[in-house]
Ligand binder design. Structure first.
Ligand code: DAH
Length: 345
């Protein structure tokens, strides 16, 4: 019996030596040392031996079992260590590699310009009207009628204004001036507000005209508001917005909702006034329309023109942005070309 045990021990030892992996080791353990393994089936014969034999053979059996356990464990640990090392090697992270940076979004230049303009007017005491009083989809009542625009005015023509299919009187607003009416219907003077927003026009698109763009409407109604106040506020705005002095001109104009009316042009920065594609050769870009609120408009919203007067203005955000940052084509704002957008911090 001792010989049998020795044989099994030797074959187990040689199996262990040949083992290539942890799963080999597990198999060997199963083959020799499990309950149904080879050692156990031999140890079952112990009961037929004499007491003396039982002691020596039993001790020997225990001894070689322990030996094998130790050998299996050593081999198992070696394989385990090797596998771990390989895995660590494979999964190694090189912490010296430079990271992949996630590109940061930036605020769109038009939003930046709008914010700058709004801040300037807030500092001059204007507040921003709530969006409900400045809707992009309007009725012609607010976009034209209440602004004293005659029924046969060419601006009402479908060639200039986008009419919605919802109803014959619904338009995509062609100007933010309708906000003036909403505000005056809802508020009593003194009124000192600005209303930024998008407007739509059926234009032939070119370097300075797009079929939607952004305006900032302004309205100041109180007792004793004069044309001098209008000029003072707009001059201050131009000075604060451009920071440096820019050649500007204030010229008389006409709008149905203001009397008298004026427009402000700023010298084209692309050509320094020499004339180029952006300013269509004139050397100037018109940036805003303005004037004293027409008495008909005040009467229409129930404000007594004998007690109150006011001025209003509407400026083009794209034009002002182009003139500040030397952007030579309005379409650049809307192409979403990263190379353009990235230039604005
Ligand atoms: N709404 C005019 C336009 O889009 C601009 C304008 C002119 C606005 C005179 C005004 C104003 O408030 O008083 O061309």
């Amino acid at each position: 019996m001792k010989l049998q045990l020795e044989n099994i021990y030797n074959s187990a030892k040689s199996d262990i030596e040949k083992a290539q992996s942890i799963s080999d080791i597990d198999e060997i353990r199963l083959k020799y040392l499990s309950r149904k393994g080879e050692f156990n089936s031999i140890k079952k014969g112990l009961k037929d031996l004499t007491d003396e034999e039982k002691r020596t053979v039993g001790a020997f059996a225990n001894q070689i079992t322990e030996d094998l356990e130790a050998l299996l464990k050593a081999k198992h640990d070696a394989f385990y260590q090797k596998e771990m090392n390989e895995k660590l090697q494979k999964d190694r992270i090189d912490i010296t590699l430079t990271g992949k940076s996630t590109p940061m979004g930036k605020i769109h230049p038009l939003t930046q310009t709008t914010n700058e303009i709004v801040t300037i007017f807030q500092n001059l005491g204007f507040s921003v009207v709530e969006s409900g009083l400045s809707p992009e989809v309007e009725t012609d009542y607010y976009n034209f009628d209440m602004l004293n625009v005659p029924k046969d005015h060419p601006a009402r023509d479908v060639q200039d204004t986008f009419y919605a299919k919802l109803a014959s009187n619904v338009v995509l607003r062609s100007q933010t001036s309708g906000a003036q009416i909403h505000v005056m219907e809802n508020q009593k003077p003194p009124i000192k507000v600005i209303a930024p927003g998008r407007v739509y026009r059926n234009e032939n698109v070119n370097a300075r005209k797009n079929n939607f763009f952004h305006q900032i409407e302004g309205l100041y109604v109180d007792k004793d508001i004069t044309f001098g106040d209008l000029k003072g506020v707009l001059n201050e705005f131009i000075r604060m917005y451009f920071g440096t002095s820019r050649p500007t001109r204030f010229r008389s104009s006409f709008f149905p909702f203001t009397e008298p009316s004026a427009e402000v042009d700023v010298q084209c920065i692309m050509c320094q006034g020499k004339g180029c594609r952006t300013c269509s050769g004139t050397g100037w870009l018109e940036v805003l329309g303005c004037g004293m609120v027409d008495v008909n408009v005040l009467r229409g919203v129930g404000i007594d023109p004998d007690v109150y007067s006011g001025f209003a203005f509407g400026m083009g955000v794209e034009r002002l942005s182009m003139l500040k940052y030397a952007i030579d084509d309005i379409r650049l704002f809307f192409n979403n070309d990263k190379r353009f957008l990235e230039q604005f911090k």
